[in-house]
Design a binder for this molecule. Structure first.
Ligand code: ADP
Ligand code: MG
Length: 575
């Protein structure tokens, strides 16, 4: 090759880009700088190149955990969390989390490599053949496939906008293997990228809807404000706090809205939940749905007294989903709450009588609970163990609390007070098990704060292998496993006589702490609340990956925790 020919070839190279680079550039251009995923065909090199290009790439041991990490990253940051998976089986593993993100209204993009369209569509048996786009569609808010390198910019832009605008949710982006290597002119490639402007535009409520809502609120004698995780997500913390305080009304936080105002706030009705649900006459929902978690807004939990519901939500279709909403306020929470606040004038919604009733009930309940939380029993019961964790969170209010399990979830939710917004992340709308380690990893990565995971032994099992990931990235995560030898309890017996363990029990006396030691993390076996307290404090001080096996009484715990009513029991069972 002559010198002239050589330089022409180099020039041609310099002017080329490919699918790999365009996807990376499109993500970076839009501020998506973290990827949660599992490498493999066809996205292995993509992960390497993304890392080399400055994107933080977190490699997990199972796609479901990477997907849960991406989903909660979306909740914590208001930017879509990105999960990257291989085709067919990896894609399917990630799909649970994508559906979870959609159900929970968290913005997330599942990017999955896929096999060749030509072969998949003729069902000719490609490596990991699957029509992924069709399978993803019913489980997410939107699904897109990009076939040409020149469309990557638009594809990524559409995915971002779909994930975060309106009601946030999961988006699927299908990238066939061939796309990654597709080459195009670099200048044209750069021009094809799209920076999404105002991805989640403010949605201003109509003045009529604000006036209607204020009129209903003014008519209240016993108002109640319910804050849901949509309110946490909105990051309108100051406006929400000012509005709630100005209204004077008791407020009830849903579990992931705890800390939006501190649980110790004088208006917090968390410990008087049944009273306020039963007796309130006007209920204002802010980013909370009237789904099963709120008994659908009717029935025994809501009492006999007639109620009027005001609802603030970005999704118009949410209105009247379960009961009549007399004052729907459709818009983003920041804009809606600010409009209510501005329209309120000087009156407060709540009467002194109502406040007194709620406060008395709440203080009684808290006083009843207090002595139980101070026991130092060994083996521990839930209250003894949670009593010390409650104090630790009070002393470290900026730590993130991850919580899953049955009894471990229900009791921790009630006992551990939260003090700051978006510090409690848990099983969410489905009440699923398995979010634990994925959430912990994303929380540490996205916030840089220490993370405390309070896990049932069963719940932990769904994502337990990710302790290696936690150790590998040396994350400040302290996992406490409430080990009661089983699901709900560790005491069930098999009545058949065949020698198998009962379906709900695990290995007795298991030492989960040794799992952490296997990967160079800190493992501690704690048999009393005192030991637990020392171990958690040491872990939170050091920031070292730590797993504490908290030995609970196997008989502690009840069937399905607080939702035993949802778990049908046979009345014909042989005794
Ligand atoms: P919780 O389980 O805490 O009660 P839900 O997930 O049931 O909360 O409800 C959250 C609601 O918040 C959803 O209906 C969702 O549409 C809404 N939402 C999410 N983000 C916003 C926002 N920025 N503005 C208004 N509503 C929002
Ligand atoms: Mg258990």
């Amino acid at each position: 090759m002559s010198a002239v020919e050589q330089s022409a070839a180099v020039d041609a190279d310099e002017n080329l880009t490919d699918g790999f680079n365009l996807i990376i550039d499109a993500l970076k251009l839009n501020g998506l700088n973290t990827i949660y995923g599992v490498p493999g065909i066809p996205i292995t090199d993509f992960g390497r190149m993304a890392q080399a290009a400055g994107i933080r790439v977190l490699s997990f041991r199972h796609e479901q955990n990477a997907g849960y990490a991406a989903s909660i990253a979306g909740f914590l940051t208001k930017k879509p969390g990105v999960c990257l998976t291989v085709s067919a089986p990896g894609f399917l593993n990630g799909l649970t989390a994508l559906a979870h993100a959609t159900t929970n209204c968290f913005p997330m993009i599942l990017i999955s490599g896929s096999s060749e369209r030509e072969i998949v569509d003729l069902q000719q048996g490609d490596y990991e053949e699957m029509d992924q786009l069709a399978i993803a569609k019913p489980l997410c808010k939107a699904a897109f496939r990009v076939l040409h390198a020149a469309d990557i910019g638009i594809g990524v832009a559409r995915a971002i906008r779909a994930a975060v605008s309106g009601r946030p949710g999961g988006v699927y982006l299908d990238l066939p293997a061939k796309l990654f290597g597709q080459v195009m002119n670099a200048d044209a490639g750069a021009k094809s990228l799209v920076k999404v402007i105002d991805a989640a535009p403010a949605q201003i409520p109509s003045p009529d809807s604000i006036k209607r809502a204020l009129d209903v609120l003014k008519s209240a004698k016993k108002p109640l404000i319910i804050l849901g995780k949509g309110a946490s997500y909105a990051q309108a913390d100051d406006a929400i706090r000012s509005f709630v305080e100005k209204s004077g009304a008791p407020f009830l936080p849903m579990s992931m809205a705890k800390g939006l105002l501190p649980d110790t706030h004088p208006q917090c009705a968390g410990a008087a939940r049944s009273t306020v649900l039963k007796d309130a006459d006007v209920v204002l929902l802010i980013g909370a749905r009237l789904n099963w978690l709120l008994s659908h807004g009717k029935g025994k939990a809501w009492g006999e007294a007639p109620k009027k519901f005001i609802q603030i939500d970005i999704e118009p279709k949410e209105m009247d989903s379960n009961v009549e909403i007399v004052a729907p306020v459709v818009g983003d929470i920041g804009s809606c709450v600010t409009a209510l606040l501005n329209g309120m004038g000087s009156w407060t919604a709540a009467s002194a009588d109502w406040i007194k009733t709620v406060t008395t009930k709440r203080d009684d309940n808290i006083a009843k609970m207090a002595p139980k939380l101070m026991n130092n029993n060994s083996p521990m019961d839930y209250h003894g163990a949670l009593g010390v964790l409650r104090t630790i969170v009070k002393e470290r209010p900026d730590a993130i609390l991850v919580n899953e399990g049955a009894n471990t979830l229900d009791l921790a939710r009630g006992i551990i007070d939260m003090y700051q917004p978006r510090k409690r992340i848990d099983v969410g709308t489905w009440g699923i098990m398995g979010i634990g380690m994925g959430y912990a990893i994303a929380a540490a990565i996205e916030t840089g704060k220490p993370v405390l995971c309070v896990e049932g032994d069963s719940a932990f099992g769904f994502s337990g292998m990710e302790v290696e990931t936690i150790c590998r990235y040396n994350l400040p995560v302290c996992i406490v496993i409430f080990n009661n030898d089983g699901i709900y309890r560790g005491t069930d017996v098999n009545t058949s006589g065949n020698g198998d363990p009962a379906p709900t029990v695990f290995v007795k006396g298991a030492r989960y702490d040794k799992m952490m030691e296997a990967f160079g993390g800190q493992g501690v076996n704690a048999t009393s609340p005192d030991e637990l307290k020392r171990a958690v404090n040491a872990a939170m001080d050091s920031g070292k990956p730590t797993l504490i096996n908290a030995v609970l009484d196997p008989a502690a715990g009840s069937e399905s925790g607080r939702i035993g009513n949802l778990n049908p029991q046979s009345k014909l069972k042989k005794k």
